[in-house]
Every structure is written in structure tokens, then in C-alpha cells.
Design a protein around this ligand. Sequence first.
Ligand SMILES: [Zn+2]
Length: 253
Amino acid sequence: MNYYTSLIFFLSVSAAWAQHQLSLPLCGTDIYISLRGFEDSPVLLYNMHDNENTAAIAGRIMAVKYGGQYVELEHSGDRNIAFQYGKDSIFIDPNRIYTDAGIWLQMAKNKNNDTLLFKEIAMWRDSLLSILNISERSLVIALHNNTNNNYSFCSYGSQGEYEFEADDIYEGAIRDMDDFYFVTDPKIFKRLAAGRYHVVLQAHETLTDDGSLSVYCAQLGIRYVNVEAQHNHLLRQIKMLIFAFQHLVINRM
Ligand SMILES: [Zn+2]
């Protein structure tokens, strides 16, 4: 690339960097979607739980330093989205709605089986997916935080709560079991297992369709990595993201 080509390339890439916020109401409740970075980036960084603030900071930093488009759901500051439907208060987990089966399960938790409500949530989900532009990405990076000693890498080990949701696990060198990658693709698993962090490979045959983004991406064959770290493990989460970028984006297999 000569100087002028480089300059034009730089300008065209720079022009695409943007930061803005959209409103996507669900049954009349305001939900905002903040977007930062290159709109047409092949890499999506996505923070969907509004109470997972370490992940949000890590994602924003990555979008500035390493590229990718960072997208964040903002509403109440809570994990679940709450809204009124008629006289009912409905609570849904924004990581359990990407498949229709997941939406029905969320509605069952609210003791509701109203087809119109299903359609409202499904329409909202479809709009969200089109803003996320998931089908055009070559890598989806979900950013999550968890609580110490609760959900962890061990949940997928022998006799763990989610043992049958994993096809393979790699125990890295780090001591903390709360910080790990969760991936949908054996090639990504192999790449990340070359490092010092724990990695879980989502099950192919025995996985449960709970509507989570990892299930949706697996169904569509979209490369997916969840970078999961304990709340306040900001440096660890950033280091894990940089390692993932280096091995999955910059040195793309
Ligand atoms: Zn989360």
C-alpha cells in the first residue's frame, strides 16, 4: 500500500467511526442501544446485561484501541429488561430471547403464554438483531461479568451444573475460575486454548436451546466468543479481549 492509498484507506475507515444511541422501545418501555466504533466492522463487541459494567468499560476501550463495533443495551441498570404488558409486569433476560424457543421460556417464567406478547418480543428481538447486524459479522464477541464462585468455568466440568452444555473444556493457567472464554467453534476453542485462560466449547448435540446468543450464533454458523470475567476484573477482561483479538482477528485463521 503506497502513501496515497494508505491515506485514502485511513480516511475512509476514520469516516466510518461513529458513536450514537438509538431508542428501541419494548411494549412502550424505553430501551436504548449505544453504538461505538466502525459500523461495518466484521467484529461485534456486545454487552447486553445493563448491570455488567466492567464488561461495558472493557468493550468501550477495545472499540477505541482495537477496532470492532461496540454495542451496549441500556435501560434500568438491571440485568433483566422490565416492562408493562397490560396489568402484568414482565421481566426478560436479554440473553434468552434470540431464538423463539427462548422467548417462550422467558414468557413461561412470567406465567404468560399470550401469542401477542410473543409477537411483540419477537419483533423487538428482530429489530435488535438487525441493528447488531449479526449475520454480516465474521466474529461476535459477547461481554459478560459474573459473581465470584457462582457461575464459572467449573459449571461446565465433570458434575457441574452445565456439564452437558459443553463438548470440551480447557483449564488454563490462571487461578480464578470465574474468568473464562465460552465459544461455539472447535477451531476458536483450539486457538484460545493455546493461551493461559480457561476455555469452554459449547456442546453441539446436547446443548439446550435457551434462547441465548451463543445458541443463536451456533445455529447460524456465526463465530462466537463470550469473554466472561468476574465483576471488577477489568484488567483481566481487557487482557482476555486483546488475546482473542490477536488470535482470532489480527491473525485470522
Ligand atoms: Zn451477562
